[in-house]
Design a binder for this molecule. Structure first.
Ligand code: FPP
Length: 244
C-alpha cells in the first residue's frame, strides 16, 4: 500500500494480536510441502508487521510457535526454526533501519525449550532494539497461554511460601505483572485468519476484553487490505468492558 496514502481511522487499537494460521493448508492446496507455507507465512509476517507499524499501532503480538507445535514432524519444526534464524539475522542486518523506525522486538514464551543459538539471537535482538520504542513487536515462540498463567501463579505462590505475600492480597494486577506481557496494555483486537474460530491458547489472560476478528483467508494470502478490514470492523465495535 502506498505510504503516502495510508488509510486513517477514527479509533485505532493500541495492541493487536495475530494468530498466523493456515500456512499448511496454503501449501497443501498448491501441492507443496508444508514448510513452503511457513516460508510464505514469514513473508506475510514481515509485510503486516511493517504495515501495522506504519499505521501507528503501538503493540503487535504475533503467535509464531506454540508449546504444542513441537509435536509436528521434525522436518517441519526444523524449517520453522530456520525461518526464525533468518529473521533474527535480518534484525541484526537492519539494525539501523529498525532503530530509525523505533521498532523494539520482544519475545513471549518459555525460552528453555528453544535451540540455544536461537535463544542467544533472541536475547541479542532484544538488546539491539531496546533504545526507542514507537512500536513493540512481540513474537510468541514456544508460547502457551495456560503455561504463562501457571508460571505466574507459581511465582506468586513462591512469594506466599516465603511469607512475603498473603494469598488474599494477590490481585489481578499482580498476575498481569507476572506474564510475558508485563507492563504492556492488553490486546484490544485479536485477528485469526484461516477460518478457525478459537484462541488456541493465545494470550488467554490478556484477551479477556479483546475484540475478536476472524477471516477465511489463509495467512500466506493475508493482505494489507485484509488488515485494514479488521481495523475497520474494530472501529465499529462498541467496547463496554462489562459496563452499559
Ligand atoms: C500455523 O499454521 C502456523 C505455524 C505453526 C507457524 C507460524 C510460523 C510462521 C509464519 C513463521 C514465522 C516466522 C517468523 C520470522 C516469526 P498451520 O501450519 O497450523 O496451518 P494449517 O492449520 O493450515 O495446517
Amino acid at each position: 500500500m502506498d505510504k503516502a496514502n495510508l488509510p486513517t481511522f477514527s479509533v485505532l487499537p493500541r495492541h493487536v494480536g495475530i494468530i498466523m494460521d493456515g500456512n499448511g493448508r496454503w501449501a497443501k492446496k498448491r501441492g507443496l510441502p508444508r514448510y513452503k507455507g511457513h516460508v510464505e507465512g514469514a513473508k506475510t509476517f514481515r509485510k503486516i508487521g511493517e504495515f501495522a507499524g506504519d499505521l501507528g499501532i503501538q503493540y503487535l503480538t504475533f503467535y509464531a510457535f506454540s508449546t504444542e507445535n513441537w509435536s509436528r514432524p521434525p522436518e517441519e519444526v526444523a524449517a520453522i526454526m530456520d525461518l526464525f534464524r533468518d529473521y533474527l539475522r535480518e534484525l541484526d542486518e537492519r539494525k539501523a533501519e529498525n532503530e530509525e523506525k523505533g521498532i523494539k522486538v520482544h519475545f513471549l514464551g518459555d525460552r528453555h525449550g528453544i535451540p540455544k543459538d536461537i535463544q542467544r539471537m533472541m536475547g541479542y535482538s532484544e538488546r539491539i532494539t531496546r533504545k526507542k520504542h514507537h512500536v513493540i513487536l512481540n513474537i510468541a515462540i514456544n508460547y502457551g497461554g495456560r503455561q504463562e498463567i501457571l508460571h505466574g501463579v507459581q511465582a506468586l505462590a513462591h512469594e506466599v511460601e516465603k511469607g512475603k505475600l498473603r494469598a488474599k492480597d494477590i490481585t489481578e494486577q499482580m498476575i498481569s505483572d507476572h506474564l510475558y506481557t508485563a507492563s504492556m496494555p492488553d490486546p484490544d483486537l485479536i485477528i485469526r485468519p484461516s477460518g478457525e474460530y478459537r484462541l488456541s491458547n493465545f494470550l488467554l489472560w490478556q484477551s479477556a476484553y479483546a475484540e475478536l476478528w476472524f477471516s477465511d483467508v489463509l495467512w500466506p494470502d493475508f493482505t494489507e487490505e485484509d488488515f485494514v478490514e479488521a481495523l475497520r470492523a474494530y472501529e465499529h465495535r462498541n467496547r463496554r468492558f462489562g459496563g452499559v
